[in-house]
Design a protein around this ligand. Structure first.
Ligand SMILES: Nc1ncnc2c1ncn2[C@@H]1O[C@H](COP(=O)(O)OP(=O)(O)O)[C@@H](O)[C@H]1O
Ligand SMILES: [Mg+2]
Length: 357
């Protein structure tokens, strides 16, 4: 908890922020997708009514056209613009909401950026995805178009047992991608929950009721190993560790792995490290190459093949409340997160035609 607040980004919306555009979004995830509105607050835009089927215009050669297509509303179809050519298909057709905690107690290594952008691409691939923002700084919430001023029901009330998780769900800038947002109040939860009953498994309990609504639940952890991160580890099926391709990249990871052991032994025997994502790679330095080699040596097959480069576009996108898939999908950072999302889908058994991998 002592590390909370060390991040450089303060989550303040950029002056040009476009929150709550009042558009009725076409569903970007393909023809015939049934939009389910789980009785959520609709922020600044309308969702389709429950059960309504939205059929985007016919695509003669899906995902192959170099020119971004326009939907009937005149907006480019995001899945098409982002060239998302893989599909999410829940194993055996059933959602089970596997929970992936994005954790690393270091600040500024790309946790929130990874959670936001993986979630967006998995959604564009047809998934129903939830991002749980467990960081009081709320970077994942802002990055997905949720204005902190609009949040009156957050993960804070859920952890305190005052609100059911489903009542704190907010729709994001992308239909099909929901957020359980955080506010600065959450910083107090680390201390307030210390003496609370079942304090380490509050999040797990809360998410149990949401499992069947989502294909994947990504939990964006704060930069500490305090009670909030312990809650994430207790709720998670697996951990995704973003590692910045910089000097001292592996420093502190021993402590994280030790905590994982403790949680596995005492709270959550099924917890595993599911993957390591390499972030902020700067191809101009020899150092980055050496760091990648060292991380691969250390974690072996756990390291995803896709390396996310350092890209200004990735750092600009949150200021507009947009994931890179909407802001600039063809930027190098966009392409990298799309490819990483496909790898994550394959490894978590969500890739259509690839069940059980
Ligand atoms: N690949 C990248 N290239 C450039 N900037 C990045 C990249 N990934 C993240 N950033 C920026 O670096 C800062 C820290 O990233 P963030 O995802 O918030 O880290 P964390 O959640 O681990 O603290 C943010 O300002 C973010 O926009
Ligand atoms: Mg963060």
């Amino acid at each position: 908890m002592d590390n909370v607040g060390t991040q450089s980004q303060d989550g303040t919306p950029h002056p040009g922020t476009r929150f709550g555009t009042g558009h009725k979004h076409p569903d970007p995830r393909g023809a015939g997708h049934v939009v389910e509105n789980h009785g959520m607050k609709t922020g600044g835009y309308e969702l389709a009514s429950p059960g309504e089927t939205i059929t985007p215009p016919e695509l003669s050669t899906p995902f192959m056209d170099p020119v971004p297509r326009e939907t009937s509303s005149g907006r480019a179809d995001p899945a098409h613009s982002a060239r998302v050519s893989f599909k999410i298909s829940p194993p055996y057709g059933r959602r089970r909401g596997r929970v992936v905690a994005v954790a690393n107690q270091k600040g500024g290594v790309g946790k929130s950026t990874t959670a936001v952008n993986l979630a967006a691409y998995l959604t564009l691939a047809g998934g129903h995805i939830l991002v749980v923002d467990l960081d009081p700084q709320g970077n994942a919430s802002t990055g997905l178009g949720i204005n902190s001023r609009d949040i009156d029901r957050s993960i804070y009330e859920v952890l305190h047992g005052e609100l059911a998780a489903k009542d704190a769900l907010h729709p994001s800038v992308l239909p099909g991608l929901d957020v359980l947002p955080s506010t600065v109040d959450l910083a107090g939860a680390e201390i307030e929950l210390v003496s609370a009953f079942s304090r380490e498994i509050r999040l797990r309990r809360a998410l149990e009721s949401l499992n069947e609504l989502y294909d994947l639940i990504l939990v964006d952890c704060p930069p500490s190993l305090g009670l909030l991160t312990v809650n994430a580890l207790s709720a998670a099926d697996e951990l995704l560790i973003p590692i910045q391709c910089e000097y001292y990249a592996l420093e502190g990871l021993g402590q994280l792995l030790h905590n994982i052991e403790l949680v596995r032994a005492n709270l959550n025997p099924r917890l595993n490290v599911g993957g390591v994502a390499l972030t902020m790679y700067d191809a101009r330095t020899r150092l980055a190459e050496q760091v990648v080699a060292e991380i691969r040596k250390h974690f072996g097959e756990l390291v995803y093949r896709t390396i996310v480069p350092r890209s200004v576009r990735l750092s600009e996108a949150p200021g507009y409340g947009q994931p890179i898939a909407l802001y600039d999908p063809m930027s190098r950072g966009g392409i990298a997160y799309r490819d990483l999302a496909q790898e994550v889908a394959a490894r978590t058994g969500l890739l259509a035609g690839n069940e059980g991998v």
